[in-house]
Write a protein that binds this ligand. Structure first.
Ligand SMILES: [Zn+2]
Length: 184
């Protein structure tokens, strides 16, 4: 960081994506973070990100206008952002990451949990902890939705549920699906 002679708290320029590079040292870009999130969660969680940047409109003095705008990108769209460093060079800053998951065969899914960055108040590793706590919560929710709805025929029979009428919870002792349920 360049020493400007005053504490960095007074300078918004120090907000940059280095913070996320430090929070997620195994991922050099938002796209790589998404790949890891998808791959290493049982539910195949998705990852959205809200970015902030300065939008300049107008070309001459009279109508020249700058404003900070936000935009949300979903999962695969993150590849357009490039690396953390490239985002810094373009003046794009991550404001938050949001995690969630759909559950196959069921309408709706888990909550979306947004983990906002607090660059002034939290170290990168504290942010990382909150991020992974949110991801764990998504895994638990996805697992619970699965167990409420993905019972097989034997689960349904045991629990007295008519599968043509409704979905069956998973019977944990089921000898047919071994308490794993089935894909519906
Ligand atoms: Zn079963």
């Amino acid at each position: 960081m360049i020493d400007k002679g005053y504490p960095p708290e007074y300078d918004n320029d120090h907000y940059d994506n280095t913070y996320f590079a430090e929070a997620f040292p195994d991922a050099d870009s938002p796209a790589e973070l998404y790949r890891q999130v998808y791959k290493y969660t049982d539910c195949g969680a998705y990852l959205s990100m809200t970015i902030e940047y300065m939008e300049v409109s107008g070309t001459c003095f009279d109508d020249y206008h700058e404003q900070i705008v936000q935009k949300t990108l979903h999962s695969d769209e993150s590849r357009h952002l490039g690396t953390w460093k490239e985002m810094d060079e373009r003046g794009q800053l991550i404001v938050s990451f949001t995690v969630g998951s759909i559950v196959e065969g069921v309408d709706g899914g888990t909550d979306n949990i947004e983990v906002e960055a607090k660059q002034l108040d939290e170290t990168p590793s504290e942010y990382r902890s909150r991020f992974y706590a949110a991801l764990l919560e998504i895994e638990i929710q996805a697992h619970s939705i699965w167990n409420e709805t993905h019972g097989c025929e034997t689960c349904a029979k045991h629990l007295g549920i008519d599968l043509t009428e409704e979905m069956s919870p998973v019977w944990t002792e089921c000898p047919d699906c071994n308490g794993n349920g089935m894909v519906i």
